[in-house]
Design a protein around this ligand. Structure first.
Ligand SMILES: Nc1ncnc2c1ncn2[C@@H]1O[C@H](COP(=O)(O)OP(=O)(O)O)[C@@H](O)[C@H]1O
Ligand SMILES: O=C(OP(=O)(O)O)[C@H](O)COP(=O)(O)O
Length: 398
Protein backbone atom coordinates (compact mmCIF):
# COMPACT_ATOMS: atom_id res chain seq x y z
CA UNK A 1 0.00 0.00 0.00
CA UNK A 2 1.25 3.44 -0.91
CA UNK A 3 2.49 5.58 2.00
CA UNK A 4 0.87 8.62 0.41
CA UNK A 5 -2.76 9.46 -0.25
CA UNK A 6 -4.08 8.46 -3.66
CA UNK A 7 -7.33 8.89 -5.54
CA UNK A 8 -8.57 5.80 -3.67
CA UNK A 9 -8.68 7.97 -0.53
CA UNK A 10 -10.36 10.99 -2.11
CA UNK A 11 -14.06 10.22 -1.38
CA UNK A 12 -17.00 11.90 -3.12
CA UNK A 13 -15.90 14.68 -5.45
CA UNK A 14 -18.97 15.38 -7.60
CA UNK A 15 -19.25 19.15 -7.98
CA UNK A 16 -15.91 19.78 -6.24
CA UNK A 17 -13.23 21.93 -7.85
CA UNK A 18 -10.13 19.75 -8.12
CA UNK A 19 -6.85 21.49 -8.91
CA UNK A 20 -4.69 18.91 -10.71
CA UNK A 21 -0.97 19.62 -11.13
CA UNK A 22 0.17 17.93 -14.32
CA UNK A 23 3.38 18.09 -16.35
CA UNK A 24 2.62 19.57 -19.77
CA UNK A 25 6.24 20.53 -20.34
CA UNK A 26 6.15 18.55 -23.56
CA UNK A 27 8.52 18.70 -26.53
CA UNK A 28 7.17 21.06 -29.21
CA UNK A 29 8.54 21.41 -32.75
CA UNK A 30 7.15 24.09 -35.11
CA UNK A 31 4.27 24.75 -32.72
CA UNK A 32 3.21 21.07 -32.58
CA UNK A 33 3.57 18.66 -29.68
CA UNK A 34 6.20 16.26 -30.99
CA UNK A 35 5.87 13.68 -28.23
CA UNK A 36 2.60 13.12 -26.39
CA UNK A 37 3.81 10.68 -23.72
CA UNK A 38 3.35 13.11 -20.81
CA UNK A 39 -0.21 13.84 -21.97
CA UNK A 40 -1.03 10.15 -22.42
CA UNK A 41 0.15 9.40 -18.90
CA UNK A 42 -2.18 11.94 -17.23
CA UNK A 43 -5.32 10.78 -19.05
CA UNK A 44 -6.30 8.12 -16.47
CA UNK A 45 -6.37 10.72 -13.68
CA UNK A 46 -8.25 13.31 -15.73
CA UNK A 47 -10.74 10.75 -16.95
CA UNK A 48 -11.36 9.34 -13.46
CA UNK A 49 -11.91 12.76 -11.87
CA UNK A 50 -14.11 13.96 -14.72
CA UNK A 51 -16.24 10.80 -14.66
CA UNK A 52 -16.71 11.21 -10.91
CA UNK A 53 -18.20 14.64 -11.63
CA UNK A 54 -15.37 16.86 -10.43
CA UNK A 55 -14.55 20.17 -12.07
CA UNK A 56 -11.06 19.31 -13.28
CA UNK A 57 -8.76 22.34 -13.26
CA UNK A 58 -5.28 21.72 -14.65
CA UNK A 59 -2.21 23.56 -13.38
CA UNK A 60 1.06 23.20 -15.27
CA UNK A 61 4.27 24.93 -16.27
CA UNK A 62 5.85 25.12 -19.71
CA UNK A 63 9.51 25.96 -20.20
CA UNK A 64 11.31 28.45 -18.00
CA UNK A 65 9.73 31.90 -18.58
CA UNK A 66 11.35 33.28 -15.39
CA UNK A 67 8.23 34.64 -13.72
CA UNK A 68 7.04 36.82 -16.63
CA UNK A 69 4.16 36.24 -19.08
CA UNK A 70 5.66 35.28 -22.44
CA UNK A 71 3.58 34.11 -25.40
CA UNK A 72 6.37 31.74 -26.43
CA UNK A 73 5.67 29.72 -23.27
CA UNK A 74 1.85 29.84 -23.37
CA UNK A 75 -0.02 26.61 -22.63
CA UNK A 76 -2.87 27.60 -24.96
CA UNK A 77 -1.74 25.31 -27.85
CA UNK A 78 -1.22 22.45 -25.40
CA UNK A 79 -4.88 22.67 -24.26
CA UNK A 80 -5.86 21.64 -27.79
CA UNK A 81 -3.47 18.68 -27.69
CA UNK A 82 -4.92 17.52 -24.34
CA UNK A 83 -8.49 17.91 -25.66
CA UNK A 84 -7.67 15.87 -28.77
CA UNK A 85 -6.24 13.07 -26.66
CA UNK A 86 -8.93 12.92 -23.98
CA UNK A 87 -11.72 13.33 -26.53
CA UNK A 88 -13.47 16.13 -24.59
CA UNK A 89 -13.22 19.92 -24.75
CA UNK A 90 -10.56 21.47 -22.53
CA UNK A 91 -11.25 25.16 -21.85
CA UNK A 92 -8.33 27.54 -21.38
CA UNK A 93 -7.91 30.57 -19.10
CA UNK A 94 -5.23 33.14 -19.90
CA UNK A 95 -4.07 33.36 -16.28
CA UNK A 96 -3.76 30.80 -13.49
CA UNK A 97 -4.91 33.24 -10.75
CA UNK A 98 -7.13 36.32 -10.43
CA UNK A 99 -10.35 37.20 -12.24
CA UNK A 100 -9.45 35.43 -15.49
CA UNK A 101 -9.03 32.09 -13.71
CA UNK A 102 -11.95 32.60 -11.29
CA UNK A 103 -14.31 33.48 -14.18
CA UNK A 104 -13.34 30.39 -16.17
CA UNK A 105 -13.78 28.17 -13.09
CA UNK A 106 -17.20 29.71 -12.36
CA UNK A 107 -18.34 28.76 -15.88
CA UNK A 108 -17.44 25.07 -15.41
CA UNK A 109 -20.03 22.32 -15.12
CA UNK A 110 -19.43 19.07 -13.26
CA UNK A 111 -17.05 16.84 -15.24
CA UNK A 112 -15.63 19.74 -17.29
CA UNK A 113 -11.92 20.29 -17.85
CA UNK A 114 -10.08 23.61 -17.78
CA UNK A 115 -6.39 24.35 -18.27
CA UNK A 116 -5.00 27.46 -16.55
CA UNK A 117 -2.11 29.39 -18.12
CA UNK A 118 1.54 28.62 -17.23
CA UNK A 119 2.09 28.88 -13.47
CA UNK A 120 5.65 30.10 -14.14
CA UNK A 121 4.27 33.36 -15.56
CA UNK A 122 4.23 34.42 -11.89
CA UNK A 123 7.37 34.82 -9.77
CA UNK A 124 5.53 33.34 -6.78
CA UNK A 125 5.45 29.90 -8.41
CA UNK A 126 9.14 29.05 -8.19
CA UNK A 127 9.50 30.96 -4.91
CA UNK A 128 6.66 28.91 -3.42
CA UNK A 129 5.30 32.25 -2.20
CA UNK A 130 2.42 31.80 0.30
CA UNK A 131 0.45 34.68 -1.31
CA UNK A 132 0.66 32.97 -4.71
CA UNK A 133 -0.29 29.61 -3.15
CA UNK A 134 -3.31 31.35 -1.64
CA UNK A 135 -4.26 32.85 -5.03
CA UNK A 136 -4.09 29.41 -6.66
CA UNK A 137 -5.99 27.76 -3.78
CA UNK A 138 -8.93 30.16 -4.28
CA UNK A 139 -9.98 28.11 -7.31
CA UNK A 140 -9.93 24.67 -5.68
CA UNK A 141 -11.42 22.51 -2.94
CA UNK A 142 -8.99 19.61 -3.42
CA UNK A 143 -5.44 19.27 -4.81
CA UNK A 144 -4.20 16.31 -6.85
CA UNK A 145 -0.56 16.11 -7.91
CA UNK A 146 0.00 13.98 -11.00
CA UNK A 147 3.28 15.59 -12.03
CA UNK A 148 5.93 13.19 -10.75
CA UNK A 149 8.36 14.70 -13.26
CA UNK A 150 8.11 18.08 -11.48
CA UNK A 151 8.05 16.63 -7.94
CA UNK A 152 11.70 17.56 -7.35
CA UNK A 153 10.64 21.22 -7.44
CA UNK A 154 9.33 22.79 -4.20
CA UNK A 155 7.14 25.23 -6.10
CA UNK A 156 3.73 26.67 -5.24
CA UNK A 157 1.83 24.34 -7.56
CA UNK A 158 3.91 21.25 -6.76
CA UNK A 159 4.40 21.60 -3.00
CA UNK A 160 2.81 24.71 -1.49
CA UNK A 161 -0.75 23.87 -2.52
CA UNK A 162 -0.55 20.45 -0.88
CA UNK A 163 -0.20 22.20 2.52
CA UNK A 164 -3.17 24.43 1.82
CA UNK A 165 -5.76 21.94 0.40
CA UNK A 166 -6.54 18.25 1.01
CA UNK A 167 -3.92 16.65 -1.25
CA UNK A 168 -3.66 13.34 -3.14
CA UNK A 169 -1.33 11.66 -5.63
CA UNK A 170 -2.81 11.17 -9.08
CA UNK A 171 -2.63 7.84 -10.91
CA UNK A 172 0.55 8.68 -12.84
CA UNK A 173 2.36 9.89 -9.74
CA UNK A 174 1.35 6.65 -8.02
CA UNK A 175 2.33 4.46 -10.99
CA UNK A 176 5.71 6.15 -11.43
CA UNK A 177 6.67 5.66 -7.79
CA UNK A 178 5.55 2.04 -7.79
CA UNK A 179 7.35 1.26 -11.07
CA UNK A 180 10.61 2.93 -10.01
CA UNK A 181 10.58 1.07 -6.71
CA UNK A 182 10.10 -2.19 -8.60
CA UNK A 183 12.74 -1.49 -11.27
CA UNK A 184 15.36 0.41 -9.31
CA UNK A 185 14.53 -0.07 -5.61
CA UNK A 186 17.43 -2.50 -5.36
CA UNK A 187 19.33 -2.23 -8.65
CA UNK A 188 21.49 -5.14 -9.75
CA UNK A 189 25.12 -4.10 -10.25
CA UNK A 190 26.96 -3.07 -12.31
CA UNK A 191 24.81 0.04 -12.69
CA UNK A 192 25.60 2.39 -15.58
CA UNK A 193 24.00 5.84 -15.77
CA UNK A 194 23.85 8.02 -18.86
CA UNK A 195 23.20 11.70 -18.26
CA UNK A 196 23.07 14.07 -21.22
CA UNK A 197 20.78 16.80 -22.46
CA UNK A 198 20.77 20.53 -22.13
CA UNK A 199 19.70 21.34 -18.55
CA UNK A 200 23.27 21.45 -17.35
CA UNK A 201 22.99 23.89 -14.45
CA UNK A 202 19.95 22.22 -12.86
CA UNK A 203 21.25 18.68 -13.25
CA UNK A 204 24.98 18.92 -12.65
CA UNK A 205 24.63 18.84 -8.84
CA UNK A 206 22.77 15.54 -9.14
CA UNK A 207 25.90 13.94 -10.51
CA UNK A 208 27.79 14.56 -7.27
CA UNK A 209 25.52 12.04 -5.51
CA UNK A 210 24.95 9.82 -8.51
CA UNK A 211 28.65 8.90 -8.75
CA UNK A 212 28.32 7.38 -5.26
CA UNK A 213 25.49 5.11 -6.47
CA UNK A 214 26.59 3.90 -9.90
CA UNK A 215 29.59 2.01 -11.28
CA UNK A 216 29.95 4.13 -14.39
CA UNK A 217 28.60 7.50 -15.46
CA UNK A 218 28.41 8.28 -19.16
CA UNK A 219 28.19 12.03 -19.68
CA UNK A 220 26.80 13.20 -23.01
CA UNK A 221 25.08 16.08 -24.78
CA UNK A 222 25.51 19.62 -23.48
CA UNK A 223 26.49 18.19 -20.09
CA UNK A 224 29.55 16.55 -21.67
CA UNK A 225 30.72 19.85 -23.19
CA UNK A 226 30.78 21.39 -19.71
CA UNK A 227 32.97 18.55 -18.42
CA UNK A 228 35.22 18.62 -21.49
CA UNK A 229 35.78 22.36 -21.09
CA UNK A 230 36.49 21.87 -17.38
CA UNK A 231 39.33 19.49 -18.18
CA UNK A 232 40.74 21.96 -20.74
CA UNK A 233 39.31 20.66 -24.04
CA UNK A 234 38.26 23.41 -26.47
CA UNK A 235 34.55 23.10 -27.27
CA UNK A 236 34.23 26.06 -29.65
CA UNK A 237 30.69 27.47 -29.71
CA UNK A 238 29.10 24.37 -28.19
CA UNK A 239 26.38 24.54 -25.57
CA UNK A 240 28.56 24.67 -22.47
CA UNK A 241 28.33 26.24 -19.02
CA UNK A 242 31.91 27.37 -18.44
CA UNK A 243 31.08 28.81 -15.01
CA UNK A 244 30.33 25.27 -13.79
CA UNK A 245 33.88 24.08 -14.43
CA UNK A 246 34.72 23.87 -10.72
CA UNK A 247 31.63 21.73 -10.03
CA UNK A 248 32.47 19.47 -12.97
CA UNK A 249 36.04 19.02 -11.70
CA UNK A 250 34.80 18.23 -8.20
CA UNK A 251 32.42 15.59 -9.60
CA UNK A 252 35.33 13.95 -11.43
CA UNK A 253 37.31 13.87 -8.15
CA UNK A 254 34.33 12.42 -6.22
CA UNK A 255 33.85 9.79 -8.93
CA UNK A 256 37.49 8.71 -8.75
CA UNK A 257 37.24 8.39 -4.95
CA UNK A 258 34.00 6.41 -5.21
CA UNK A 259 35.38 4.10 -7.92
CA UNK A 260 32.87 5.30 -10.48
CA UNK A 261 34.18 5.44 -14.05
CA UNK A 262 33.43 8.67 -15.92
CA UNK A 263 32.96 8.21 -19.65
CA UNK A 264 33.20 11.35 -21.78
CA UNK A 265 32.96 11.45 -25.57
CA UNK A 266 36.21 10.78 -27.43
CA UNK A 267 34.83 12.13 -30.71
CA UNK A 268 32.02 14.45 -31.72
CA UNK A 269 29.92 15.51 -34.68
CA UNK A 270 30.57 19.20 -35.24
CA UNK A 271 28.70 21.76 -37.32
CA UNK A 272 28.58 25.52 -37.72
CA UNK A 273 24.80 25.74 -37.94
CA UNK A 274 22.08 24.38 -35.66
CA UNK A 275 19.74 23.17 -38.40
CA UNK A 276 18.66 19.99 -40.17
CA UNK A 277 21.16 18.75 -42.74
CA UNK A 278 23.82 21.33 -41.74
CA UNK A 279 27.30 20.51 -43.09
CA UNK A 280 28.98 18.43 -40.42
CA UNK A 281 31.98 16.23 -39.75
CA UNK A 282 33.09 13.82 -37.07
CA UNK A 283 36.32 14.87 -35.37
CA UNK A 284 38.39 13.79 -32.38
CA UNK A 285 36.96 15.57 -29.37
CA UNK A 286 40.11 17.68 -28.99
CA UNK A 287 39.69 18.97 -32.56
CA UNK A 288 36.43 20.95 -32.36
CA UNK A 289 37.01 24.08 -34.51
CA UNK A 290 36.70 27.38 -32.60
CA UNK A 291 33.69 28.47 -34.73
CA UNK A 292 31.81 25.11 -34.53
CA UNK A 293 29.50 23.33 -32.10
CA UNK A 294 29.60 19.72 -30.93
CA UNK A 295 26.03 18.60 -31.66
CA UNK A 296 26.35 14.85 -31.23
CA UNK A 297 28.71 12.14 -30.02
CA UNK A 298 30.76 10.39 -32.70
CA UNK A 299 30.80 6.68 -33.58
CA UNK A 300 33.87 5.83 -31.46
CA UNK A 301 32.08 7.32 -28.43
CA UNK A 302 28.96 5.30 -29.26
CA UNK A 303 30.99 2.08 -29.41
CA UNK A 304 32.49 2.82 -26.01
CA UNK A 305 29.10 3.59 -24.45
CA UNK A 306 27.66 0.39 -25.89
CA UNK A 307 30.56 -1.62 -24.43
CA UNK A 308 29.68 -0.19 -21.01
CA UNK A 309 26.03 -1.14 -21.58
CA UNK A 310 27.17 -4.69 -22.37
CA UNK A 311 28.92 -4.83 -18.98
CA UNK A 312 25.93 -3.38 -17.10
CA UNK A 313 23.10 -5.23 -15.39
CA UNK A 314 21.15 -2.00 -14.89
CA UNK A 315 21.03 1.14 -17.04
CA UNK A 316 19.51 4.47 -16.00
CA UNK A 317 19.34 7.18 -18.63
CA UNK A 318 18.29 10.81 -18.68
CA UNK A 319 19.22 13.29 -21.38
CA UNK A 320 19.93 12.72 -25.08
CA UNK A 321 23.53 12.36 -26.30
CA UNK A 322 23.05 15.03 -28.96
CA UNK A 323 20.60 17.49 -30.50
CA UNK A 324 18.49 14.51 -31.61
CA UNK A 325 15.56 16.62 -32.88
CA UNK A 326 17.74 17.75 -35.79
CA UNK A 327 19.01 15.13 -38.23
CA UNK A 328 21.72 13.94 -38.53
CA UNK A 329 22.54 14.85 -34.90
CA UNK A 330 20.26 12.06 -33.66
CA UNK A 331 22.64 9.23 -34.60
CA UNK A 332 24.41 8.62 -31.27
CA UNK A 333 21.18 8.78 -29.25
CA UNK A 334 19.40 6.44 -31.66
CA UNK A 335 22.31 3.96 -31.82
CA UNK A 336 22.70 3.76 -28.04
CA UNK A 337 18.92 3.55 -27.50
CA UNK A 338 18.66 0.65 -29.95
CA UNK A 339 21.62 -1.13 -28.37
CA UNK A 340 20.16 -0.81 -24.85
CA UNK A 341 16.78 -1.98 -26.16
CA UNK A 342 18.34 -5.06 -27.76
CA UNK A 343 20.16 -5.99 -24.54
CA UNK A 344 16.89 -5.52 -22.62
CA UNK A 345 14.98 -7.75 -25.06
CA UNK A 346 17.68 -10.40 -24.61
CA UNK A 347 16.99 -10.31 -20.86
CA UNK A 348 20.52 -9.09 -20.10
CA UNK A 349 19.70 -5.57 -18.94
CA UNK A 350 17.20 -3.72 -16.77
CA UNK A 351 16.81 -0.38 -18.52
CA UNK A 352 15.07 2.63 -17.03
CA UNK A 353 15.00 5.90 -18.94
CA UNK A 354 13.16 9.15 -18.39
CA UNK A 355 12.75 12.83 -19.16
CA UNK A 356 10.51 14.72 -21.58
CA UNK A 357 13.06 14.80 -24.39
CA UNK A 358 14.62 11.45 -23.56
CA UNK A 359 11.26 9.70 -23.97
CA UNK A 360 10.77 11.60 -27.22
CA UNK A 361 14.22 10.39 -28.36
CA UNK A 362 13.39 6.77 -27.49
CA UNK A 363 10.15 7.06 -29.46
CA UNK A 364 12.12 8.59 -32.33
CA UNK A 365 14.45 5.57 -32.20
CA UNK A 366 11.38 3.28 -32.13
CA UNK A 367 12.42 1.49 -28.93
CA UNK A 368 10.49 3.08 -26.03
CA UNK A 369 8.40 -0.10 -25.63
CA UNK A 370 11.53 -2.26 -25.32
CA UNK A 371 12.90 -0.51 -22.24
CA UNK A 372 12.09 -2.08 -18.88
CA UNK A 373 10.50 1.17 -17.75
CA UNK A 374 10.14 4.60 -19.28
CA UNK A 375 9.45 7.38 -16.79
CA UNK A 376 7.97 10.75 -17.72
CA UNK A 377 10.56 12.20 -15.34
CA UNK A 378 14.22 13.01 -15.89
CA UNK A 379 15.64 15.13 -13.07
CA UNK A 380 12.98 13.90 -10.63
CA UNK A 381 13.77 10.26 -11.29
CA UNK A 382 17.51 10.83 -10.92
CA UNK A 383 16.89 12.57 -7.59
CA UNK A 384 14.60 9.72 -6.54
CA UNK A 385 17.42 7.33 -7.44
CA UNK A 386 19.89 9.26 -5.32
CA UNK A 387 17.51 8.68 -2.40
CA UNK A 388 16.68 12.37 -2.08
CA UNK A 389 13.22 13.19 -0.71
CA UNK A 390 11.14 14.82 -3.47
CA UNK A 391 9.22 17.80 -2.03
CA UNK A 392 6.16 17.15 -4.21
CA UNK A 393 5.96 13.55 -2.97
CA UNK A 394 6.92 14.12 0.69
CA UNK A 395 4.04 16.54 1.18
CA UNK A 396 1.53 13.90 0.03
CA UNK A 397 2.63 11.38 2.64
CA UNK A 398 -0.02 10.19 5.05
N1 LIG B 1 25.41 18.73 -27.81
C1 LIG B 1 24.24 19.36 -27.68
N2 LIG B 1 24.10 20.65 -28.06
C2 LIG B 1 22.92 21.28 -27.94
N3 LIG B 1 21.79 20.72 -27.44
C3 LIG B 1 21.87 19.44 -27.05
C4 LIG B 1 23.08 18.70 -27.15
N4 LIG B 1 22.83 17.47 -26.68
C5 LIG B 1 21.55 17.43 -26.31
N5 LIG B 1 20.95 18.60 -26.53
C6 LIG B 1 19.54 18.98 -26.27
O1 LIG B 1 19.15 18.59 -24.99
C7 LIG B 1 17.75 18.62 -24.93
C8 LIG B 1 17.21 17.65 -23.92
O2 LIG B 1 17.77 17.91 -22.66
P1 LIG B 1 16.97 17.77 -21.29
O3 LIG B 1 15.83 18.73 -21.28
O4 LIG B 1 17.98 17.89 -20.21
O5 LIG B 1 16.41 16.27 -21.38
P2 LIG B 1 15.09 15.64 -20.75
O6 LIG B 1 13.93 16.51 -21.17
O7 LIG B 1 15.00 14.27 -21.33
O8 LIG B 1 15.29 15.64 -19.27
C9 LIG B 1 17.28 18.31 -26.34
O9 LIG B 1 16.47 19.36 -26.79
C10 LIG B 1 18.58 18.24 -27.16
O10 LIG B 1 18.49 18.87 -28.41
O1 LIG C 1 10.79 18.57 -18.11
C1 LIG C 1 10.96 18.44 -16.90
O2 LIG C 1 12.02 17.80 -16.35
P1 LIG C 1 13.11 16.91 -17.16
O3 LIG C 1 13.87 17.80 -18.12
O4 LIG C 1 13.99 16.40 -16.06
O5 LIG C 1 12.41 15.82 -17.88
C2 LIG C 1 9.97 18.91 -15.87
O6 LIG C 1 8.84 19.49 -16.50
C3 LIG C 1 10.61 19.91 -14.91
O7 LIG C 1 11.00 21.07 -15.62
P2 LIG C 1 12.13 22.05 -14.99
O8 LIG C 1 13.44 21.30 -15.05
O9 LIG C 1 12.13 23.29 -15.85
O10 LIG C 1 11.75 22.32 -13.56
Amino acid sequence: MADFKTLDDIGAIAGKRVLVRVDLNVPVIDGKVSDTTRIERILPTLDELSKKGAKVILLAHFGRPKGEPNVEFSLDPIAHAVAAMIGKPVAFAADCIGEEAAGAVARMKDGDLLLLENTRFHKGEEKNDPAFVEALAKNGDIFVNDAFSAAHRAHASTEGLAHRLPAYAGRTMQAELEALEKGLGNPVKPVVAIVGGAKVSTKIDLLMNLVQKVDALVIGGGMANTFLAARGTQVGKSLCEHDLAATAKQIMIEAATAGCAIILPSDGVVAREFKAGAANETVAIEACPADAMILDAGSASVDKINEWIDRAATLVWNGPLGAFEIEPFDRATVAVARHAAARTREGRLTSVAGGGDTVSALNHAGVADDFTYVSTAGGAFLEWMEGKPLPGVEVLKK
